[in-house]
Design a protein around this ligand. Structure first.
Ligand code: C2O
Ligand code: CU
Ligand code: CU
Length: 512
């Protein structure tokens, strides 16, 4: 990962090793409170649940021994309140901007959409993974200023999955999400319920996000050495928070739990493992990915999760009665599980088959698009901008899939970074990844492969909405464009990249 030269100019960062670990219990986000019912925009005779959720400043303690940290959130803590519904049951959310007029993080006025004539504080909320009409999708230009709000309609005509909402404002998305503007959304359905996976108090979200904290426990967003252009290509925090706490602990019973993991970090990829006292890696199962259940549980001792991705996990603590287990990111401690000693009866199950995920045949694709991921560096080799298909955000739309058609998107990544690529509106399947010769492609647009195509990992072989396009590889996804016509976006989910300008519009068009 490239980090630029940002670190040199920062105020004193906290040494997290001075803090005692496992003194705060793992918090659970609040459940969003319904404010009543409103007529459905799809059918005014129907009334649908209505929520009003406001982005506002909060102070929240991330650790017992630190003063409260200033954040912006949708509730009294971070992540914001969790929304929950069933497949096919719509809801309305009024997303309110109740923030002050000044931003507390460093805006780069040279970035598209954040120029000096734009208001400092703007918000627009996107429901990541949701199938919505464009007017409710949180298009990056659809931001509102403090005092204003947008009413968004979510039809939820889609399978059970963990989605998440987060800010998507053009040019300052990275800052707004870093400030804390995100939360979870669960869609349930009968297929999932019939499996009898752990539920209720045995099903918990684990939202991971790292932050750079000062010694006073305040958010630090790094800046480049150039005061005119403070943008940095990536952010790596000194503190990894889970549901808002640093080094939390969770008391668990010796039985199965379902953990809904989300990587809500700006840039950090996690390499998670669960270890015992002897540092042995324990095995757990992944049962679902971004867009819901996998075909079958995948046993893992290690999980990679990139920004924007979700992993639905089942961990069985029954063999670890009385033990203290640690969730780690590489060698770094994230949190502790304290397993109770007594025996309990566990009536939940981990079925060997979850749901069919039929593979989409490549022959179904009517179009294959070659799309490059580009990184531009300055004389000192630091990234100054990133693009998709060498195109700025403001260029005319070039990707116009027909509603109801299936396409293959071939993501060609000559850079030294892995980029998690996300498409709005749709779910897709990963076909394969393959190393190739970047120079030949750059000069002659010839794809010369250096190895065989590698199928997706077993825990990626379901419905996805975000895919790792690995360094110096060609990653192919197959995408049915169903849902609605109109303008959406696709982008890298490293938020520093997305803001500058690794994001492009795409448009679903009606069949001629
Ligand atoms: Cu998670 Cu376009 O976003
Ligand atoms: Cu999205
Ligand atoms: Cu990227």
């Amino acid at each position: 990962m490239t980090m630029g030269t940002a670190v040199a100019t920062m105020p004193a960062a906290l040494d997290v090793n001075t803090l005692p670990q496992f003194v705060d219990p793992l918090p659970l986000p609040q459940i969003a409170e319904r404010q009543g019912y409103r007529p459905s925009p799809a059918d005014p005779k129907l009334k649908v649940p209505f929520y009003r959720i406001a982005a506002q400043p909060v102070a929240s303690k991330v650790h017992r021994d630190l003063p409260p940290t200033r954040f912006w959130s949708f509730g009294s803590s971070i992540p914001g309140p969790t929304l929950e519904t069933r497949s096919g049951e719509p809801l309305l959310v009024e997303w309110v901007n109740a923030l002050p007029k000044e931003h507390f993080l460093p805006i780069d006025r040279t970035i598209h959409g954040a120029e000096a004539d734009q208001p400092a504080v703007r918000t627009v909320i996107h429901m990541h993974g949701a199938k919505t009409k464009p007017e409710s999708d949180g298009y990056p230009d659809d931001w509102v200023v403090p005092g204003k709000s947008s009413l968004y309609y979510y039809p939820n005509q889609q399978d059970a999955a963990m989605l998440w909402y987060h800010d998507h404002t053009l040019g300052i998305n990275r800052l707004n999400v870093y400030a804390g503007l995100f939360g979870a959304f669960f869609i349930r359905d009968g297929v999932e319920e019939a499996l009898n996976l752990p539920k209720g108090k045995y099903e918990l979200p684990l939202t991971l996000y790292d932050r750079l904290l000062t010694r006073e426990g305040q958010l630090l967003y790094p800046v480049s050495p150039d005061p005119q252009s403070p943008w940095v290509p990536e952010v790596a925090g000194n503190a990894i928070l889970v549901n808002g706490k640093l080094f939390p602990y969770l008391e668990v019973e010796p039985r199965k739990y379902r953990f809904r993991a989300l990587n809500a970090s700006n840039s950090r990829f996690y390499h998670l493992s669960l270890v015992d006292k002897a540092s042995d890696r324990l095995s757990f199962h992944q049962v679902g990915t971004d867009q819901g259940l996998l075909p079958a549980p995948v046993p893992l001792t290690f999980l990679e999760i990139s920004p924007g991705e979700r992993a639905d996990l089942v961990v069985d603590f029954s063999e670890h009665r009385g033990e203290q287990l640690i969730l780690r990111n590489d060698a770094f401690v994230i949190m502790q599980f304290r397993v109770a000693a007594g025996k309990v009866s566990d009536t939940s199950s981990l079925p060997s088959a979850l749901r069919p995920v039929p593979k989409i045949p490549e022959s179904q694709a009517v179009q294959t698009r070659l799309l490059t991921l580009n990184e531009y560096v300055n004389k000192s080799g630091n990234p100054v901008m990133l693009l998709l298909n060498a195109s700025h955000w403001s260029l005319p739309v070039t990707e116009k899939p027909v509603l109801g058609s299936t396409e293959i998107w071939t993501l060609i990544n000559p850079t030294n970074d892995s980029h998690p690529i996300h498409l709005h509106l749709v779910r897709f399947q990963i076909l394969d990844r393959q190393t190739y010769e970047p120079w030949l492609f750059q000069t002659k647009r010839e794809l010369h492969f250096l190895g065989p195509p590698v199928p997706p990992d077993p825990n990626e072989a379901g419905w996805k909405d975000t895919v790792r396009a690995d360094s110096r590889m060609v990653t192919r996804i197959i995408v049915p464009f169903t849902g609605y016509t109109g303008r959406y976006v696709w982008h890298c989910h490293i938020l520093e990249h997305e803001d500058n300008e690794m994001m492009r519009p795409y448009e679903v068009v009606a069949a001629p």
